[in-house]
Design a protein around this ligand. Sequence first.
Ligand code: MN
Length: 308
Amino acid sequence: MSGPVNSTDVDMVAARASSPSGVSDMLESRTAIVGSLPVRRALPQRARRTVGAWCFFDHGGPLEAATGVGGIGPHPHIGLQTVTWMIAGELVHRDSLGTEQTIRPGQLNLMTAGAGIVHAEEHTSAGRIELVQLWIAQPSATREGPGEFEHHAELPELDLGGGTATVLVGSLANVVSLARRDTDHVGVELVVRSQLVVPADRAYEHVVVPMDAPIEVDGRLVEPGRLMYVGPGREELPVRALEPARVILLGGVPFEEPILMWWNYVARTHEEITAAHEDWTQRRDRFKIPPSQLAPIDVAPPLWAPHA
Ligand code: MN
């Protein structure tokens, strides 16, 4: 999926305020449209740019898709990993590495952009579609490296008594996902039936986001579309649901590198983004366009870019 384009998103230098141990706050997603899909965007927020290295969180749909090809046409990324987790429906992923991969519910796509990659995500059949798409900022050690794509058809699960955890990325109570990880972080889907306690890493900050039903975290009500941030220092997070709830839990060691996000790029400087966007606009080598029935996506250059 394609990222922020609004002018309000232009200047996104992460201002990382260190959070006192265990401190929590409640934030609200905003709505946006990506391609033809309505999304609730939980990250980034003015008050909370990153959680660990997680820097973008869209909950797309649910949408009853009409017949015909929809989705999002070829577009570029740098400096991030995209994590796509299907809840309902199918997408076909194609990228500049030559990958073509169908993703179905319960499966994970993890694409590493490095210095540059292009992908398209098409839905080719009618019916319900719902997904989560997340971005992870790459650290300096890998962000200028090669692109990579992984598909995980099965992911490890953990029975937590009052519900089940599926480990998308990272590990939870020694249950480990095989998905690539460049920083110390975790991504989990919880299906909460009654109440459970999620084991947590004291070094991690977390965010808890219910998808479809309200939950309580630490006894505080969290409605769908809201996100509850919990600072580092916790060994467990109690979660309770009055009806079965699908919940995304993200965590990680606070990401200390100040990042700059614009459109589909995560970088460190304006110059890097200007150069990447010019390469995309000029269709240069680092951004090869994969075959797609959808048109490539172009947007005007960033406002800070010098005019020719
Ligand atoms: Mn994308």
